[in-house]
Design a binder for this molecule. Structure first.
Ligand code: ATP
Ligand code: MG
Length: 555
């Protein structure tokens, strides 16, 4: 999927029709997060949809913070959300807040009261719930339902003036307590919350419910297509009732699409908050989190995320996408452009005994095997090197084409070495290999009379840098962490989701490279410098392995 091709989906078809019929001349969308957490990859779907439409139709898209619940919201989240949207590559036409419209929402509430379409209820939350009925049974009227308009106006004005405690009264719409759609059974419009708001401070002690704010916010902004996820389908009748009964400046059309779900993770802000607050991860931008900031820190690119969403597409069908699909998107994005480098994650010392002491040779090697435009770099080969522990076995099986006692292997870009001796610690574990090199095999030359299949990566012991490498894996070991209702979702956290290797050896060039370069460490995976990495202490995050190791497990 490339980004030059414009997406096709049922929502864009509706927009095309609305433009060609002349219903609209300009398309206005919005992305409406509640600032009660960081954005996750699910939000990226909504961002891609709303901002993508704005870009392709030269329309408008507002970033609107739905900040109607002062108790859960925080300015930290506002800043993070703005940064994430920008990083994904989108520009909003304007920033707005539901709280900008609090006065207008209040006036709409008064308008409903004056029309006899809203009333102050003085029942407690439990009583209201009990009278609400069920899916199969109608609800019952509150004894306060028939208060006079004057009484309602007076009570609502006192609610606003702060004369009542939390929960003493609420304002409800007067619709139909026996409606088959529970959302229409006199929903609550306003409640009392003596709690300062991050933007309006102490100005208000009554706050509109999300359902009362959302559609009217759209109408005030002239949103033409209000795109939301399927769980709001049943709320649409209520939003339309508000729009019909209020003197709003425009009539947005709501269209629902399915949420993005990914396996091996969770995507609700409530659960992500729990992971952060209970210390299962190291903050919202922990590279194991499905948050935009976590993916960014891990090394995902904005394009890989946009391509992922584009490949999933926009439909009304609910389904769960394989984590492997997202991982493949970053592989595809990085493979053609990521400079190659050699890094030894679990070092095993190798001494090339017939290589002259104190000498070394400089090799000019390509930064990318298939892209000569990416140039070359110089690496040094000398008598003492490190190879990866995994590239040596005491008793290698037949198909193991790497090192073992008496075996030969090619050092990438170097020459062929043969293992002649193994130095062991008291437990018998190999701690150093002694090898002999064959000078005839420099420059890729094949030795006479024998074929050496294996090529391994290495770094020169005196020409490398130390690094910490963080190997990230999926945060959960169950495809659906919510499947087992008898357990907490945190019970299926993958205990191996983070492995920190502190004593890695990487080629010297990495110690001076830019902090924004994503590398392919040869034969190992894609890596990105962590935000804590510095020239004094290199730290790399594994973005993804070279191949999908989980696919094998599942198959
Ligand atoms: P959560 O359940 O994670 O708290 P939310 O829907 O409550 O998500 P909001 O901040 O209200 O989060 O969401 C902002 C916008 O992003 C909404 O329009 C919502 O529909 C959309 N959105 C949230 N999660 C997803 C998802 N998984 N896939 C697609 N869109 C999503
Ligand atoms: Mg929400």
């Amino acid at each position: 999927m490339t980004e030059d091709v414009k997406p096709v989906n049922f929502i864009r078809q509706i927009i095309d029709e609305d433009l060609s019929s002349g219903k609209h001349t300009e398309i206005v969308t919005r992305f409406p997060p509640e600032p009660n957490g960081y954005l996750h990859i699910g939000h990226a779907k909504s961002i891609w949809l709303n901002f993508g439409i704005k870009d392709d139709y030269q329309g408008k898209c507002t970033l609107r913070f739905d900040d109607t619940n002062p108790v859960r919201e925080d300015a930290e989240f506002v800043t993070a959300i703005e940064e994430d949207v920008r990083w994904l590559g989108y520009k909003w036409t304007a920033i707005a807040h539901a709280s900008d419209y609090f006065e207008q929402f209040h006036d709409y509430a008064v308008e409903l009261i004056r029309k006899g379409l809203a009333y102050v209820d003085s029942l407690g939350a439990d009583e209201i719930r009990n009278l609400r009925g069920t899916l199969s049974e109608p609800g019952a009227d509150s004894p306060y339902r028939n208060r006079s308009i004057e009484e309602n106006l007076a009570l609502f004005s006192k609610m606003r003036a702060g004369e009542f405690a939390n929960g003493e009264h609420v304002l409800r719409a007067k619709i139909d307590m026996s409606s088959p759609n529970i959302n229409l059974r006199d929903p609550i419009l306003y409640r009392i919350r003596h709690h300062p708001h991050q933007r309006t401070g102490d100005k208000w002690c009554i706050y509109p419910m999300y359902d009362f704010a959302h559609g009217q916010g759209d109408a005030i902004e002239g949103v033409t297509h209000s795109l939301c996820t399927l769980e709001f389908e049943d709320h649409r009748a209520l939003y339309e009732w508000f729009i019909e009964n209020l003197s709003v400046p425009s009539k947005p059309r709501q269209i629902e699409f399915s949420r993005l779900n990914l396996n091996y993770t969770v995507m609700s802000k409530r659960m992500l908050t729990q992971l952060v607050e209970q210390g299962y991860v190291h903050g919202w931008d922990d590279p194991r989190m499905p948050t935009i900031s976590g993916l960014r820190r891990r090394g995902y690119t904005p394009a890989s995320i946009r391509n992922f969403i584009a490949s999933v597409g926009i439909t009304k069908k609910s389904n769960i996408i394989e984590m492997g699909v997202l991982e493949n998107c970053i592989r595809e994005d990085l493979d053609p452009v990521a400079p190659r480098a050699m890094a030894v994650l679990r070092p095993l010392k190798v001494v090339i005994e017939n290589y002259p002491e104190g000498e070394s040779e400089i090799l000019d090697v390509p930064n990318h095997p298939a892209n000569p435009d990416m140039g070359t770099r110089k690496i040094t080969l000398s008598r003492e090197i490190y190879i990866d522990r995994d590239d040596y076995m005491d008793e290698p099986p037949k198909k193991f084409f790497r090192l073992g006692p008496g075996r030969e292997v090619r050092l990438r870009y170097g020459f062929i070495v043969k293992c002649t001796d193994v130095i062991r610690d008291v437990t018998g574990q190999a701690i150093e290999l002694r090898v002999q090199f064959d000078p005839e095999t420099r420059g890729g030359n094949q030795p006479v009379g024998r074929k050496i299949k294996g090529i391994i990566h290495w770094v020169s012991a005196n020409h490398c840098a130390n690094a910490e490498i963080r190997l990230y894996d999926r945060l959960f070991s169950q495809a659906n962490p919510l499947a087992d209702k008898t357990k907490e979702f945190t019970d299926s956290i993958n205990p191996e989701s983070l492995e920190v290797l502190e004593n890695c050896k990487v080629e010297m060039s990495l110690s001076t490279s830019s902090s924004d370069t994503r590398y392919q460490f040869e034969r190992t995976g894609y890596f990105y410098p962590d935000k804590e990495s510095s020239a004094g202490k290199l730290i790399f995050n594994r973005i993804v392995t070279l191949r999908d190791t989980w696919a094998k497990l599942a198959g």
